[in-house]
Design a protein around this ligand. Structure first.
Ligand SMILES: NC(=O)c1ccc[n+]([C@@H]2O[C@H](COP(=O)([O-])OP(=O)(O)OC[C@H]3O[C@@H](n4cnc5c(N)ncnc54)[C@H](O)[C@@H]3O)[C@@H](O)[C@H]2O)c1
Length: 369
């Protein structure tokens, strides 16, 4: 029998419950959810119903402090609205009892808050922190990463990511309708894509140029007298310090799209592409030309639960659980530095749209308050 690792989930809305179900599918590896914290009674109830169906007796709290003070957990998952991550993370990191943490993306909504969390965590080597940037585990994305990292496309020059999808879903108390709560669309959801760009480029960003607006969605919605202010489409160009260029094409009124994500990585030697949810990868070289392009159906037999993210959040847990079991000898795959930079690129892109100019990473990392 595997040693039991006791989890608490802070925030059991849509994503928190996906974590709960993932952990149930990891019970044979030792995962057990022992408590949840959420002030919203319908979310508590939905989590309790799930836990009961798994035969897991779960202690319910309305706030994260009670959960931490209970001493029940070895690991906590932070899956609350973005604007709450900072305060909750600081409370976890400063708590006398060490809790390992999986924090949902974005790490925080501002660079200044991300930096404070990174600094505080540095003083707690007894705590492992992983950031929930799990798109890298989606089977077609993971396959493309493998191809690129094996050098098959040569030195990477261009990374283009297109996300064409449906509008933002309705969330508890509509927190995701305002930049002040989310950090802005390019932080909130696109930190995933900036993280992938960095991974493919194998480099760090230097500057960002973006154009975007709220042109179609949410215009007829009003919350407490205010119309939402979140953009629903954008183009973002990122320049990296090794000369590689990244481009994001985001459209959130594109339900008529076969794939939600299309990724293209081109190097001196060849080109690789990944398509989600078709789960297809294509790879070809300049010398073999169009006739030589291979099409691969990507799958990962380890996935026991697909959830809403094609099994990637299951694999994220599998990975974090092994870091915990090896007591950090195997470092968390996505660390606080990755979380910070993915937010910083999003912040730079939001600022570029506002100021209508290139924004350097130095500007947002050194000076943003
Ligand atoms: N990694 C991914 O692919 C992915 C996908 C969706 C959402 N997310 C992230 O997950 C987080 C939650 O998003 P969601 O879609 O589940 O939202 P949600 O609105 O469905 O759920 C959020 C829950 O947190 C609760 N909550 C609010 N403040 C709290 C607090 N201080 N303490 C405890 N609970 C609190 C709410 O009552 C609600 O039940 C966000 O950071 C979001 O960006 C990540």
């Amino acid at each position: 029998m595997a040693e039991i690792v006791r989890y608490g989930i802070i925030g059991v809305g849509m994503m928190g419950r996906e974590h709960l179900i993932n952990l149930f599918h990891l019970r044979e590896e030792g995962a057990a959810v022992v408590s949840v914290a959420d002030p919203h009674v319908p979310s508590q109830q939905a989590a309790l119903d799930l836990a009961r169906s798994f035969n897991w007796p779960v202690q319910v709290f309305s706030g994260h402090k009670e959960l931490l003070d209970s001493g029940l957990c070895d690991v906590v998952i932070v899956s609350t609205p973005n604007m709450t991550h900072y305060e909750i993370l600081m409370d976890i990191i400063s708590h006398p009892k060490p809790h390992h943490v999986l924090v949902e993306k974005p790490l925080c909504t501002t660079v200044a808050h991300c930096k404070k969390v990174v600094d505080a965590a540095r003083k707690r080597p007894d705590i492992l922190v992983q950031v929930g940037l799990e798109y890298r585990y989606m089977p077609p994305v993971a396959k493309l990463i493998e191809i690129v990292k094996a050098g098959k496309v040569g030195p990477v020059r261009m990374v283009a990511i297109r996300e064409h999808r449906f509008p933002f879903l309705v969330k508890v108390n509509n927190w995701n309708r305002f930049n002040a709560n989310t950090g802005g669309t390019l932080v909130e959801k696109c930190c995933h894509f900036f993280d992938l760009m960095r991974l493919f480029a194998g480099a760090n960003p230097v500057c960002v140029m973006a154009s975007g607006a709220m042109d179609v969605n949410h215009k007829d919605e009003i919350y407490n007298g205010k119309v939402p202010d979140i953009i629903d489409n954008a183009y973002v160009i990122v320049e990296f310090d090794n000369g590689c260029r990244g481009m994001l094409d985001l459209c959130m009124f594109a339900e008529g799209s076969k794939n939600e994500q299309e990724i293209s990585v081109v190097g001196d030697v060849g080109k690789g592409e990944a398509f989600v949810p078709e789960s297809i990868v294509r790879f070809g070289t300049r010398t073999a030309g169009r006739q030589g392009v291979q099409t691969i159906q990507a799958a990962d037999q380890r996935i026991k639960y697909d959830g809403l993210h094609h099994g990637s959040s299951y694999l994220e847990h599998l990975n974090f659980l092994s870091s915990i079991k090896t007591k950090g000898a195997q470092a968390p795959a996505v660390d606080l530095g990755d979380g910070l930079i993915s937010v910083a690129i999003g912040v730079a892109a939001q600022l570029s749209i506002e100021r209508r100019r290139f924004v350097t990473m130095e500007e947002v990392i050194c000076h943003e308050e």
